[in-house]
Design a protein around this ligand. Structure first.
Ligand SMILES: *Cc1c(COP(=O)(O)O)cnc(C)c1O
Length: 396
């Protein structure tokens, strides 16, 4: 079978809820992926930062295979010997007291929303049914009904109502609007430290710290969605660390498994996650031993191979090289760590199509922005290789 045959099958028998580039990937290793015709590409999307550790990382793979031979799923009806170790390692690495494991990122966001509301009622004393959560314009937190209820993107919402009430939107980056939106019934402020899906939108320096201060002064929980921005992507373990703050809850996913398996988690304090009593919340697969063994190996790879430091150093280099590119079609090049948005004056999709022909895979985000987010194991030579081709495509 060839590329066209796979595409035909997919279009014929699948739902069309994505518009992928027409490359059919068969295998991958590190920063490179290979299509069914044997053509090789540099992956500059890294599965939306789920493969920060590089494709098919050998140590994560070994941990997965070893665990798969022992036991994969116990359900939380019983205990397993991997979950406690993951808890301890997450605590040691991040400094958060406790964690709650789920599978997809959206589930972890839902978990954070439930915890924040219950904390609002049982700790803050908000009247029953009145808890409000503040979120930001142009946010992306996932695709469930509750999460799209506070999306400001028409396409994410159109045709999916009725929606979940209890959310207020403020403009991203606007501390004054946040302070004005806080009421005695506000239990939490949910924010992406950098908005990935909105086009690598970096808030003004100081915004996160001001927002965090406002939350503390008003007894409002500060929730950082680090599902895409966390685990090294921006050159720190978490993006909030660039402003020296400590959120009340951090939501992680994606690279928590190095791309092997859906694993997500909410990190927080005993005060906040302590609101959950047995039976309040759960997931059949959440915290399963296979997921935990994979997550443990994924975190170990990040730390042992200094991927966070690599992201900071090589990110600066990549950003500098991309900023050398001159074209009237180029509006702005911005980024932090190995997370770079190249904003064009027109549609970004045709550039992504041309980059694919040159052997680089990336995806437009928010119409005008090309996102470059390679696995953190990329080398300087590979960046140079990429820049040469990106330059050719953008300069035309
Ligand atoms: C990807 C993402 C999610 C949703 O994660 P899924 O695993 O796709 O459910 C939520 N928030 C952010 C910031 C993301 O990038």
């Amino acid at each position: 079978m060839q590329t066209e045959d796979f595409i035909r099958l997919e279009d014929e028998y699948g739902a069309h809820n994505y518009h992928p580039l027409d490359v059919v990937i068969e295998r991958a290793e590190g920063v490179w992926v290979y299509d069914v015709d044997g053509k090789k590409y540099l992956d500059c999307l890294a599965a939306y930062s789920a493969v920060n550790q590089g494709h098919c990382h050998p140590k994560i793979m070994q941990a997965m295979l070893d665990q798969a031979r022992k036991v994969t799923l116990t359900s939380r009806a019983f205990r397993n010997d991997q979950l406690p170790l993951l808890y301890k390692e997450l605590h040691d690495l991040t400094g958060f007291e406790v964690a709650l494991p789920m599978n997809s990122g959206a589930e972890a966001v839902e978990t954070a929303v439930k915890a924040a509301r219950k904390w609002g009622y049982t700790v803050k004393g908000i009247p029953d049914g009145q808890a409000d959560i503040i979120a930001c314009s142009n946010n992306f937190h996932g695709r469930t009904i509750t999460i799209v209820s506070f999306s400001t993107d028409a396409q994410y919402r159109d045709g999916f109502g009725p929606f979940t009430p209890g959310f207020t939107i403020i403009p991203y980056g606007d501390t004054k609007a946040l302070i004005e939106a806080i009421t005695p019934n506000t239990c939490a402020f949910l924010v992406e430290p950098i908005q990935g899906e909105a086009g690598i939108v970096i808030p003004r320096a100081g915004f996160l710290r001001e927002a965090w201060d406002a939350c503390r002064r008003n007894n409002v929980l500060f929730l950082a969605d680090e599902i895409q921005s966390g685990l090294g992507r921006t050159g720190k373990l978490f993006t909030y660390m660039h402003e020296g703050i400590k959120p009340d809850m951090v939501i992680i996913g994606k690279a928590l498994s190095g791309g092997f398996y859906p694993v997500s988690a909410v990190l927080s304090s005993k005060e906040v996650l302590g609101v959950f009593k047995p039976g309040d919340h759960g997931s059949t697969f959440g915290g399963n031993p296979l997921a935990c063994a994979i997550a443990r190996a994924s975190l170990r790879a990040l730390v042992d191979e200094k991927m966070v430091e690599r992201s900071a150093e090589l990110g600066l280099y990549f950003l500098g090289r991309l900023q050398e590119i001159k074209s009237p079609c180029l509006k702005q090049v911005r980024g932090l760590g190995l997370w770079i948005g190249v904003e064009m004056t027109g549609a970004a999709r045709p550039y992504c199509e041309r980059l694919k022909e040159e052997g680089i895979l990336c995806k437009e985000t928010h119409e005008h922005v090309i996102r470059f987010a390679p696995p953190l194991v990329i080398t300087k030579d590979e960046i140079d290789w990429a820049v040469e081709r990106i330059k050719k495509v953008i300069e035309g």
